[in-house]
Design a binder for this molecule. Structure first.
Ligand SMILES: C[S@@+](CC[C@H](N)C(=O)[O-])C[C@H]1O[C@@H](n2cnc3c(N)ncnc32)[C@H](O)[C@@H]1O
Length: 247
């Protein structure tokens, strides 16, 4: 019997994900990448990987700053879209982050906008981080930009509902926490059909990341808390952004 496609393979490949999150656009990516590059000070010949790049908004921002960039993602539709921007320094490939794309290829691997923690088991998280380590050059840098679970936990003591109207679609959203995962149930009607997806993202907090990264030969260098690169505060930061070096 065939195993059913996991939620992340279906939802991120659908046009509805891109409509719901349409406000997280190229402008947001340009601004974040400009700040990151100022902070990280990469050498001009650095090679970047935008791991789980979606339609490639951060990859394009990196390329526009002159860096050789590879965008990798599981979604065929997103990579098809991104390929229109390819040139001699910007490449896109369909790729599963749990696998090694090429050994010791990248100076920086960026995993942005909560693009981790989708798998059911810890082994796949470790497999991903081990693959990242293998793909980094000596002293290469991994940056993970994740939701700040410590803050979300407080706001999700009870379920929270929200309605978002975008591109003519009314999205009805219900967020809860269950069994170590943050669940976001998304319901809407479109073309006379009722649609439903559920995002299921592991509730990984800083201490958990510390353990995972130690186990996969990374040393944490810096922890930031938002896209303005302010320091991380567990109770108040919007994001948990971890910068770690391959050891
Ligand atoms: C929240 S989106 C973020 C996309 C992009 N980083 C951005 O900021 O626009 C998460 C992305 O992870 C990708 N993804 C999910 N599972 C993956 C996997 N196993 N390997 C590679 N990419 C994956 C999805 O296809 C989706 O594009």
């Amino acid at each position: 019997m065939e195993t059913p496609e996991p939620w992340f393979a279906k939802w991120f490949d659908s046009p509805f994900y891109h409509i719901l999150y349409g406000n997280h656009d190229q402008e947001e990516a340009n601004s974040f990448i400009r700040k990151l590059v100022t902070f990280l000070k990469p050498l001009p010949n650095s090679v970047f990987c935008d791991l789980a790049c979606g339609k490639g908004r951060h990859s394009r921002a990196l390329r526009n700053l002159g860096f050789h960039t590879y965008g990798l993602d599981l979604s065929n539709n997103s990579i098809d879209f991104a390929r229109q921007f390819e040139d001699d320094r910007l490449h896109f490939y369909v790729h599963d982050m749990r696998e090694v794309f090429e050994e010791e290829k990248f100076d920086y691997i960026l995993n942005l906008f909560t693009s981790f923690g989708y798998f059911d088991n810890q082994n796949d998280l470790l497999k991903t981080l081990k693959a990242v380590n293998t793909q980094l050059k000596e002293y290469g840098i991994l940056l993970i930009d994740y939701m700040n679970v410590s803050k979300i936990k407080k706001s999700l003591k009870q379920s929270v509902t929200e309605r978002i109207h975008r591109n003519g679609i009314d999205f009805h959203i219900k967020k809860t926490m269950s069994d170590g995962f943050v669940l976001k149930q998304i319901k809407f009607n479109h073309d006379r059909g009722a649609h439903q997806y559920t995002e299921r993202v592991a509730a990984i907090e800083l201490e958990d990341f510390q353990g995972l990264l130690e186990n996969t030969n990374f040393k944490i260098q810096t922890i930031l808390g938002d896209y303005q690169l302010n320091p991380y505060d567990a109770g108040t930061s919007d994001r948990l952004i971890i910068i770690a070096e391959k050891i």
